[in-house]
Design a protein around this ligand. Structure first.
Ligand code: IPT
Length: 937
């Protein structure tokens, strides 16, 4: 055993890899409670017959999530010394034991024991006979077995660390165990098959040939009139092709050797033509996400309901592609991709990123001793998944440097399956791949690539070859915390340049582990020696799969139908690659200050084919006196497997009437100074307005840094400049009959730059009118401002907010396309976005007015002469900044309200480019005009 732990060989005693499938041959699911014990080293305790003291552990599961050892998170770093192929002596080792009775009728027949995934290596014994050993955590392993009649005993010894760990340095939790199913399969007579189901877009014909070595095997596709076609023979028939948009599958059977396999066949052709990625003869645009397998309670053990939840959420948010970062997923997931319709880059279980830390010295990718292990991994993936129409590319792995072992994987796969292009991002010259792939390239660089004008490679031949390849951004828009900003700019390029086949946001889900104290835990929460903090929570959905605002933004940015409303016409562009728009209903609605006044359904003029645009006249709208907008929404006409009829796919909006000039709001004229407006003499802050107690607006520049702020120079600059600890000094207070002017200077200790503010208060009909003039003095050039706005507090019993502005979700300068103009209502709690590591969140954009009320109906109305951004919380900016986990956020006795002129954009600097210049907030003189009115029940 120890030998295997310091050798390069991927395994012993295993059967050849083959397709994942299920047939009508008997199978025994060995899932459920197994006996288990954990030892601190690989020597373990002897595997004695006496296991009376052993505990129980469910299979499949990951033992650290069942109180054995602890989870650990590192991104790039190996959590052990780099001395391949050796691993630490402290190698947690799990012994598993399962007894089962052989079902009647099985005795004497050959059988196969199949493991879908064991992290990181294992040896198995049946009835004391050693079956073999394997590495390759996220890949299947099979052994021939001869179970005996009656009771059988299966023993499995799993080690946390193996030579394979050097090839499995993915950015995720280190978790161990038999984490996918174990099954006993009877009679492996029909061993393997390869479905070749091509499609010729010129003729509309599908060509079907099923390779299968079993003598006498026959294929039937009743719907195509194909009955008992001998395996190996090709048949053509007119078919509807498979695509992610129209995932047409044909039910079929493959019968041979006494068993029948149920097939679901999708006909399609993947090709690269003229440097463009095509499917079925048409260019495709990948609106993709990188998906790790993750569940906050079970880690990488996923049940089917969770896989379906992922796919349904993706489809509902206009995601059409998945890169299975960075290992093949559970095989069921790919069957579901076939069924729901999803383009898949199937990625091999390979990453050696930690060698980057030592300058790629001894990188396994370039060391011939690892070649067999590399080829083993590629073969196990390709053989397992070769019959899935959803898989349109093979990926060699992630971040494993360069080397001949990668080239060998590519060559093997191309030979075995010429029908799918090969992807690998880190092949810097794209020498052994078919797609030019990059991660986190800037908008400017992607534009050059789109034009095929990127910086040349040194070798002209290599350069010419790469320049002729299609391009994918296999990772972009790092969705860590509040963000990503700037999705729209990438999408515009993807839609403009045919070379750009789209991209995959990093990443689908936050890997926050459910934790009794922290809510969701991240790196460091388990006392790891080395860790990478909350870099593991960088998804478009929170750990509990609630969509984050980033996902809602993605949905809008990539929407497959673009709706523009102008001059009484709706211009509807079909951005699907294949589908027409007959599955959608287009509804229009006119709202006056957010209240619906008219609505109807638009009639599309006939079929609007993929790529086409239609113009539809809108009816005449009613007379309107206040600000009004028309919204056109594209909804599913009928239920789809992933969403019910009425689900919104896309929308567009236009202003019809700007309403009365907001510069002259009702009651803004000079009035008597209202009774009940009390200002704090020392600070000049408003302390009371009618019955309402408040702590009046004052200037604030700080925001609790987002992950993107923290991991860019910005947050560092801000703290150095003391923007999180500003002091205010009152320069002057001047009273008149109708007003009061307070001048202040706000600055940080040890610095001389300052913001001067003049607060001009005047009486209004039902309250107070405020004009704040802000003037920066000193050096504000070197960094952007986090925020420019006002803060005030209200009594803690304020509980709901209603506003007219953008919503319903949060919006920031470079992530605001999903927020539409309307009237919205939310509780203070609902206004918070629960980022796993608390940070700036919840700002509502372009607010015209907002009412903040207690359950009794008292409160404050703020009306903007200028539009403002609104944030309402039960804690201060400082408390939000201090919090490390959700559970640190505890309401104080006030409600904290921010009324902002602007905030800095979000960007994606936690991994990738920062805020684009147009979304940067620079210090500048600014004015904000607001009307404050107390509310009575
Ligand atoms: C990139 C990795 O491929 C991905 O797994 C993840 O770690 C991501 O970064 C950050 O979350 S690699 C990086 C060097 C760009």
């Amino acid at each position: 055993m120890r030998d295997h732990l310091s050798a390069f060989l991927p395994g012993t005693g295993r059967r050849n890899p083959r397709a994942a499938f299920s047939s009508d041959a008997p199978r025994l699911d060995l899932g459920g409670p197994w006996r288990f014990r954990l030892s601190p080293t690989a020597e373990g305790e002897p595997l004695t017959a006496d296991f009376s003291g052993w505990d129980e552990l469910p299979v499949p599961s990951m033992w650290q999530l069942h109180r054995y050892g602890k989870p650990a998170y590192t991104n790039v770093n190996y959590p052990f010394p780099i001395e391949p192929p050796h691993v630490p002596d402290a190698n947690p080792t799990g012994d598993y034991r399962r007894e089962f009775d052989l079902p009647a009728g099985w005795a004497g027949r050959a059988a196969v024991l199949r493991f879908e995934g064991v992290d990181s290596c294992f040896t198995a014994w049946l009835n004391g006979v050693e079956l073999g050993f394997s590495t390759g955590s996220r890949l299947p392993v099979e052994f021939e077995v001869a179970p005996r009649e009656g009771r059988n005993v299966l023993a499995v010894r799993v080690h946390q660390w193996s030579p394979g760990s050097y090839l499995e340095d993915q950015d995720m939790w280190w978790l161990s165990g038999i984490f996918r199913e174990v099954t006993l399969l009877a009679r492996p007579v029909l061993d393997d098959f390869f479905v070749h189901a091509g499609f010729d877009p010129a003729t509309g014909l599908g060509a079907l040939r099923v390779e299968c070595a079993t003598p006498g095997a026959v294929v039937s596709v009743p719907e195509l009139g194909l009955h008992a076609v001998p395996a190996g023979e090709e048949r053509t028939a007119a078919v509807e092709p498979w695509s992610a948009e129209r995932p047409r599958l044909y039910d079929a059977t493959l019968a041979g050797g006494g068993e029948t396999v149920r097939l679901r066949i999708g006909f399609r052709r993947v090709s690269v033509e003229g440097g463009v990625l095509m499917v079925n003869g048409r260019p495709v645009l990948l609106r993709g996400v990188n998906r790790h397998e993750f569940h906050p309670r079970t880690g990488r053990t996923l049940d089917e309901a969770t896989m379906r939840a992922d796919l349904e959420l993706m489809k509902q948010h206009n995601v059409n592609a998945v890169r299975t970062s960075h290992y093949p997923p559970h095989p069921r997931f790919l069957e579901l991709c076939d069924e729901y319709g999803m383009w898949v880059i199937d990625e091999c279980d390979l990453e050696t990123h930690g060698f980057a830390v030592v300058g790629w010295r001894d990188n396994p990718s370039a060391d011939p001793r690892w070649r067999e292990a590399y080829l083993d991994r590629m073969a196990r993936m390709v053989e397992r998944d070769k019959n899935r129409p959803s898989v349109i590319m093979w990926s060699l792995g992630n971040e494993s440097g360069t080397g001949d072992n990668l080239r060998a994987m590519a060559e093997w796969a191309r030979e075995r399956d010429p029908s799918r292009p090969i992807h690998y991002e880190h092949d810097l010259e794209s020498g052994y791949v078919d797609i030019y792939s990059r991660m986190y390239a800037s908008v400017a660089e992607v534009e050059l690539i789109g034009r095929r004008e990127e910086a040349p490679l040194d070798d002209p031949a290599a350069d010419a070859r790469r320049r002729g390849l299609p391009f994918v951004l296999c990772e972009y828009a790092h969705a860590m915390g509040n963000g990503p900003g700037g999705l729209g700019e990438y999408q515009e390029l993807f839609e403009r340049y045919p070379r750009l086949a789209g991209g995959f946001v990093w990443e689908w889900i936050d890997h926050g582990l459910a934790h009794p104290v922290y809510g969701f835990a991240y790196g460091g929460d388990f006392g790891e020696e080395l860790h990478d903090g909350n870099f593991v929570t960088d998804g478009l959905v929170f750990p509990d799969r609630r969509p984050s605002p980033g996902l809602v933004e993605f949905k809008k940015v990539v929407e497959p139908v673009r709706i523009e409303v102008r001059d009484g016409v709706a211009v509807i562009s079909n951005r699907y690659d294949f589908a027409d728009l007959s599955h959608l209903v287009f509804r229009w609605r006119v709202e006056e200050e957010g209240v619906e006044v008219a609505s109807g359904v638009l009639d599309l003029p006939g079929v609007v084919a993929a790529g086409a645009t239609a113009e539809v006249s809108l009816p005449d709208f009613p007379d309107i006196s206040r600000e009004s907008w028309v919204t056109v929404r594209a909804e599913l006409a009928q239920d789809e497997p992933w969403a019910p009829a009425g689900h919104e796919v896309a929308w567009g909006q236009a202003q019809l009437d700007p309403g009365p000039d907001p510069a002259a709001p009702p009651g803004a004229g000079p009035r008597e100074w209202p009774g009940g407006a009390v200002f704090e003499p020392a600070t000049g802050r408003l302390a009371r307005l009618g019955e309402l107690d408040l702590d009046g607006p004052r200037l604030e520049l700080w925001r609790a840094p987002t992950d993107n702020d923290r991991l860019s120079p910005d947050a560092w600059n801000w703290r150095a400049a003391g923007l999180d600890r500003l002091h205010e000094r009152v320069l002057e207070q001047t009273r008149t009959d109708t007003g009061l002017t307070i001048r202040t200077r706000t600055a940080a200790a040890a610095h001389d730059r300052a913001m001067l503010a003049a607060y001009h208060w005047t009486a209004a009909e039902h309250g107070l009118h405020l004009t704040v003039e802000i003037t920066p003095t000193g050096d504000w050039e070197t960094f952007p401002l986090p925020r420019l706005g006002l803060r005030l507090t209200l009594p803690g019993d304020v509980s709901t907010v209603e506003w007219f502005g953008r919503g319903p979700g949060e919006a920031y300068a470079d992530s605001c396309r999903a927020a539409r103009v309307g009237r919205f209502r939310a509780t203070v709690e609902e206004l918070q976005t629960p980022y796993v590591l608390p940070q700036e969140n919840g700002s509502r954009a372009d607010v015209r007015w907002a009412e903040l009320r207690t359950p009794g109906g008292t409160g404050l109305r703020v009306r903007g002469v200028d539009r403002f951004a609104l944030t309402v919380r039960r804690w201060s900016t400082e408390a939000l900044d201090r919090a490390r986990h959700r559970t640190d956020l505890v309401p104080d006795d006030r409600v904290h309200v921010n009324l902002d002129l602007a905030q800095h954009g979000l960007g994606s600097a936690s991994c990738g480019p920062g805020v684009l210049p147009r979304h940067r907030l620079s210090a500048r003189p600014a004015v904000l005009r607001l009307l404050f009115e107390p509310l009575r029940p």
